[in-house]
Design a binder for this molecule. Structure first.
Ligand code: CP
Ligand code: NVA
Length: 301
């Protein structure tokens, strides 16, 4: 059987993604009702974190526990990865001991190399280029609170980062229009823009991006690994804060999402993130349910 990885959203087709999101909602209900669902009993997940995390670590760890399985946290400082053991060798070894590997790392090539040498599913828990697990939760949140996102307009305000790249893939797979407003020099991957010209548009004015939107989203201006650029970025991203005024240009029933952690007063105002239109806490919770559905899909189907 060929092993399936989740390196980015494009590893799954539209039908599979919709199926995983529907399953995530079912698993959410089962958990709330106390229905046992130990579908990964005795299975284990290795989790390599080369960057910090709250949501990703806790959601995968709690998810494996709820499934009757277990998880193993590895970081460079307490594993041989930090002492130079090649990622390919790490993949070969872990594959012989665990049932799946999740990795959060810097270069996307590191994740590709891990997947290439792993005989068990590898899940992207964030790279500099993509954050696909977050998109499962974001889509689940939209589906559960509104409707199908197909044909809707989504706007991305701010940095053309790993989350923005993942929204471009989501636009293709979930069939929505994406308007991206970013300052010059902070565009998402050009190859993704080129491949999705039919539905993804780059603008410079956040208001233009937000008009007629059903979902407005943003992310930090300075991602992990870019800390030295923080001061420059604060200047370059002036006028890219999602404020109540900006939200007023979106549709009346538009929701606001943010993958978190957020910086109130930078990419989003406190008023917007703490407003009822903001579903960020449910979005964070959905990481748990969406990733459980993903693990079940990768390990049991
Ligand atoms: N959104 C997200 O991935 O959060 P963490 O960095 O806390 O895992
Ligand atoms: N773009 C952010 C996302 C954090 C979840 C980062 O990479 O730091």
């Amino acid at each position: 059987m060929t092993v399936r990885h989740f390196r980015n959203l494009l590893d799954l087709n539209s039908q599979e993604l919709v199926q995983i999101i529907a399953r995530a909602s079912e698993l959410k209900k089962m958990l709330a009702e106390g229905v046992p669902h130990e579908y990964l009993k005795n299975k284990s997940l290795a989790m390599i974190f080369e960057k910090s995390s709250t949501r990703t670590r806790v959601s995968f760890e709690a998810g494996m526990t709820q499934f009757g399985g277990s998880s193993i946290f590895l970081s460079p400082s307490d594993s041989q990865l930090g002492r130079g053991e090649p990622i390919a060798d790490t993949a070969r070894v872990l594959s012989r001991m665990v049932d799946a590997i999740m990795v959060r790392t810097f270069s996307h090539d590191t994740l590709e190399s891990l997947a290439k040498h792993s005989s068990v599913p590898v899940i992207n828990g964030l790279t500099d280029s993509f954050h696909p697990c977050q998109l499962l939760a974001d889509m689940q949140t939209y589906f559960e609170n509104r409707d199908n996102i197909q044909g809707k307009k989504v706007s991305w305000i701010g940095d053309g980062n790993n989350m923005c790249n993942s929204y471009i893939n989501a636009a293709r797979l979930f069939d929505f229009e994406l308007s991206i407003a970013c300052p010059p020099g902070y565009e998402p991957m050009q190859s993704l823009l080129d491949a999705n010209k039919d539905r993804v548009h780059l603008v410079r004015d956040p208001k233009q991006a937000v008009i007629s939107s059903s979902l407005v989203t943003t992310d930090v201006w300075t991602s992990m690994g870019q800390e030295e650029e923080q001061q420059k970025r604060i200047v370059d991203f002036t006028n890219f804060e999602v404020t109540s005024d900006l939200m007023s240009y979106a549709n009346n029933d538009a929701i606001f999402l943010h993958c978190l952690p957020a910086h109130r007063g930078e990419e989003v105002s406190a008023k917007v993130i703490d407003d009822p239109k903001s579903l960020v806490w449910e979005q964070a919770e959905n990481r748990l349910h969406a990733q459980k559905a993903l693990l079940e899909f990768l390990l049991c189907s």
